[in-house]
Ligand binder design. Sequence first.
Ligand SMILES: [Zn+2]
Length: 114
Amino acid sequence: MAGGHYVVLGETLDGQEQTYGLGWGVTKCAMCHGTMRKQETKCFLCGAELPPDPNKKTLQERFATVVKGAMIFSAVLTVASLFTSFTPSFVKCSIITVVLGLVMKSAEQMKANQ
Ligand SMILES: [Zn+2]
């Protein structure tokens, strides 16, 4: 299995990014099916531009997801604060929920404006 050894060597030389899982760090060119490195946005064989990765989330999308999670969490806390004293006060929780809701709205607007 000389080929196998070559692949392992190639991955080691390519750096740490490709050490986790086979196929994760490699992208195929849509035009010539040449193998591209993850960092490359242009195929070096045919010069075709790589279309943006639909699985790759932008920073804003990630931010919106985090804010949404935090808002749901604080909404749950708000409800819980009515019944238990283990949470911050109801007023505090509801203010946080409203603020997070506003942040989420503006984050979604930023996304829509793109
Ligand atoms: Zn190509």
